[in-house]
Write a protein that binds this ligand. Structure first.
Ligand SMILES: [Zn+2]
Length: 273
């Protein structure tokens, strides 16, 4: 009973509108667009097209995405889709992940599909000859990628983009363990659906969302949300980070399930050191 009360209290904290929250309509047009078309920060080519509603349950759930909108065709026809189950991989040298993330003002969007932490410029990631800039980080439960046939309780996606628009996503598994201060700072400032919060004076450093060990699985896939655009370089870190059970429950109280089921690997190879 005590546990139930605690989780209810956390849920209330989690969903209560923050005093620092600003209405999306009052913010810059950049943010307005991101709230309306959450996946569009990654796919500007669809910015002028009003995309159909999609979700994770019922008639708009993942198995139906491909027929909800013409621009979602890749969701059903694509042969290089994400997420995938990581079971076998080719053991080979992969370039190190060199992230240079700096302390940034905390800005959070609740786009109805997930919670998204938005980053300004200057957070870079180098992988071999690819040079990316961090755009945003968001959360899925359970994890979208599976490891040896099983998911983790959650997964973070740090979405990066090159100057040419090529996407590179770093996936971080979350397992239940210690309380996580960085996650707590995000959870405590989540705005209501469709809104943005910019809590005064609070900052975040994206490297705090990464494990110490940066070994990863590398493969080529897609966005895991409509329009399921392919050509995304995926880097799934082997080592998970920890959150507490209460923190997991707080997220799941708002987003019960927001993960796309695993997709066929088809002709692709997963590489890892
Ligand atoms: Zn994602």
């Amino acid at each position: 009973m005590k546990k139930l009360l605690l989780s209810t209290a956390l849920l209330l904290v989690f969903t209560a509108p923050s005093h620092a929250e600003t209405k999306a309509e009052h913010s810059s047009s950049h943010h307005k667009e991101e709230v309306k078309n959450p996946t569009n920060s990654a796919t500007k080519e669809h910015a002028d097209h009003k995309q159909s509603k999609w979700g994770y349950t019922g008639k708009i759930a993942a198995p139906h995405w491909g027929k909800l909108d013409k621009s979602y065709t890749a969701c059903k026809m694509g042969k290089m889709q994400s997420p995938i189950n990581i079971a076998r991989y080719l053991e080979e040298e992969v370039p190190a992940l060199e992230s240079h993330y700096k302390e940034s003002p905390l800005q959070i969007i609740n786009n109805g599909h997930s919670i998204e932490v938005v980053f300004g410029s200057g957070n870079t990631l180098k992988v071999g000859n690819m040079s990316y800039e961090l755009a945003q980080a968001h959360f899925h439960t359970p994890s979208e990628h599976y490891l040896d046939g099983a998911p983790y309780p959650m997964e973070i996606h740090l979405v990066h983009k090159t100057k040419e628009g090529k996407l590179g996503v770093v996936g971080v598994f979350l397992k239940v363990g210690a309380h996580n201060e960085t996650i707590e700072k995000i959870w405590q400032n989540v705005p209501a659906k469709g809104k943005i919060s910019k809590p005064d004076g609070l900052t975040i450093t994206a490297s705090k969302l990464l494990p110490e060990n940066k070994y990863y699985y590398k493969y080529e896939g897609s966005l895991t949300t409509p329009p399921c655009t392919e050509g995304v370089n995926w880097h799934i870190l082997k080592a998970p980070i920890e959150i507490s059970e209460a923190q997991l429950r707080a997220f799941q109280g708002v987003f019960t399930v927001n993960a796309r089921p695993i997709q066929s690997l088809n002709n692709r190879t997963i590489s890892a050191k």
